[in-house]
Design a protein around this ligand. Structure first.
Ligand SMILES: [Mg+2]
Length: 195
């Protein structure tokens, strides 16, 4: 039941924010990924806090640790923003991931115990923990109707990752499911933005 209401929230909030989602979709390069994001430039543009999704953004779906290139990128983020200004906001904050971050980026915090994206609760908590307004938090996410939508609902800055990390060989069914889901949500956004 909770799962169903979560999906319905995606559609209803998505419809409400359809024009912003469409603008985000149209203005995002097809090859956008974290490696295209320069921490220095983000900071100069007014971003003070980063909220990072995990699946698709830091690693392929279901992985327990980020990819080496994502680790290098997070090191640069840590140097520019400081680790306590970087949060992991995943709908799957597993123990394995927490453990890895505790060992490798101890200052970075996992946000959990909140309603899942697209609800804005996680980003509101990030704002409270960091002591900054939502308007200076950037949510980096590969899903339009979860993370990007949560950012719009919360009044934060959405950063859409259009080319997520995918590994069909390690989790073919899950990756295929999310691959289709990403296509469907882009279709949904294009469709409802006509109204
Ligand atoms: Mg994701």
């Amino acid at each position: 039941m909770r799962y169903l209401s979560h999906i319905l929230a995606g559609f209803s909030l998505g419809f409400h924010h359809r024009r912003e989602l469409r603008h985000l979709l149209d203005s995002t390069a097809l090859n956008s990924c974290i490696l295209k994001l320069e921490p220095d430039e983000l900071k100069s543009s007014g971003v003070t806090v980063l909220a990072l999704d995990f699946d698709g953004v830091l690693a392929p779906h279901g992985a327990s640790v980020p990819l080496p290139e994502a680790v290098e990128w997070m090191k640069r983020c840590e140097a520019v923003f400081s680790g306590d200004r970087v949060f992991i906001l995943s709908n799957k904050p597993t123990d394995g991931r927490r453990q890895w971050f505790a060992e490798n980026f101890p200052a970075m915090r996992f946000v959990s115990g909140v309603r899942k994206k697209p609800y804005p609760d996680g980003l509101k908590k990030v704002g409270e923990l960091a002591g900054v307004p939502p308007s200076s938090i950037m949510m980096v996410d590969d899903r339009l109707l979860t993370g990007c939508l949560a950012a719009l609902v919360a009044g934060a800055i959405p950063c859409y990752i259009r080319r997520p990390y995918i590994c069909f060989s390690s989790r073919p069914f899950a990756e295929l499911f999310f691959w289709k889901l990403r296509i469907m949500e882009r279709l949904f956004v294009r469709l409802v933005s006509l109204f």
